[in-house]
Ligand binder design. Structure first.
Ligand SMILES: O=C(O)CCC(=O)C(=O)O
Ligand SMILES: [Fe+2]
Length: 326
């Protein structure tokens, strides 16, 4: 019945939304797993159908029960990160076991990575190293070896198909133009990509930075090729109701030259080392921007630099409605 969902997708791509929905509904009515998964995706993205995350979870459950491998994996991801229902780490691990029992090799790889972490039953790290201050005032600190090489590879690998040049809207034309400050490629690991491993890592980044898991923006991966850089900037945003109070950077590799992170106001140059995290505050205790936290990613000279960034807001927010939704 794969052809039903394929045909429905073609109708949708051709703009025939009602026909697409009707054809998909025929497949769903016949209990077709691919059609159920397709309806789940439309219901998550809000394409063809209105977004309804709890309904999407029910559709994924149904598709997974009928042996749809992608539905099974996505269900695990959403259970862990709380999309369409309250985050349920124990439930996600039980679903992961089900997938492994069904011989899903990807699920097994995820479990292997989790098995190497020391996690409490709720998915938080059982222990984690303390940040070492890099500045006297405690604004910038480092956590050596926060992620293992395998974890770094998983983060970078999870976005291989998503990396694209960073673009921003030109305020005059509204057109998307290359980012003037950041010349790297980037990819955002949103809730659909935040699998159990990434979720556990985000939970670790929240723990070491002593910030709530729900206040972090989606983990963003940056890839710098030779000559690419992140020019001097501050991570605070103008006119926001939910400021970026802190940032956690994680170096995902170190087999390149150049690409140091520099804080000129502190005369501080940080040489990236695989798995090291750098944590810094962007605002003072009163929530005002901290000018001295300005920083840059120096141009890469040779090789490719991979970095993950977690910009952390003042307050938790709904990832589907955005950081301004609080
Ligand atoms: O690439 C770097 O070292 C800096 C990255 C950065 O400034 C950021 O992600 O906000
Ligand atoms: Fe930055």
């Amino acid at each position: 019945m794969q052809n039903v969902s394929d045909a429905a997708q073609r109708l949708l791509d051709g703009g025939r939304i009602a026909d697409a929905v009707a054809l998909n509904a025929r497949g769903v009515g016949a209990g077709d797993a691919a059609a159920l998964f397709q309806r789940a995706m439309w219901t998550i993205i809000g394409q063809a159908l209105a977004r309804d995350l709890p309904a999407a979870r029910r559709l994924l459950r149904d598709a997974a029960t009928r042996g749809h491998a992608e539905a099974r994996l996505l269900e695990i991801t959403l259970a862990a990160n709380g999309t369409g229902a309250t985050a349920d780490w124990t439930g996600a691990l039980a679903l992961l076991d089900d997938a492994i029992a069904a011989n899903d090799t990807h699920a097994r790889a995820l479990q292997q990575l989790l098995g190497a972490m020391a996690l409490a039953p709720d998915g938080t790290p059982a222990r984690h190293p303390s940040p070492e201050p890099l500045t006297d005032d405690g604004v910038v600190s480092r956590v050596p070896g926060l992620l293992t090489a395998a974890e770094c590879a998983h983060v970078a690998g999870s976005v291989h198909d998503l990396l694209a040049p960073a673009l921003v809207a030109d305020p005059r034309t509204g057109r998307m133009v290359p980012h003037p400050i950041r010349t790297s490629d980037h990819a955002v690991i949103g809730p659909l990509r935040e699998d159990v491993v990434i979720r556990a890592l985000n939970t670790r980044l929240a723990a070491v930075s002593n910030t709530p898991i729900g206040a972090g923006e989606a983990l963003t991966v940056l890839r710098y090729r030779p000559g690419q850089q992140f020019r001097l900037h501050s991570d605070v945003l103008p006119g926001t109701r939910n400021q970026r109070v802190a940032t956690v950077l994680v170096y995902l590799n170190d087999d390149f030259t150049g690409g140091e992170t520099v804080f000129p106001d502190y005369d501080l140059t940080i040489r990236p080392r695989l798995g090291d995290a750098v944590i810094f505050r962007n605002t003072d205790a009163a929530g005002r921007p901290l000018a001295k936290a300005r920083h840059a990613g120096q141009p890469v000279v040779s090789g490719t630099k991979w970095l993950a960034t977690r910009w952390i807001r003042a307050r938790a927010y709904d990832p589907w409605r955005g950081p301004e939704s609080v």
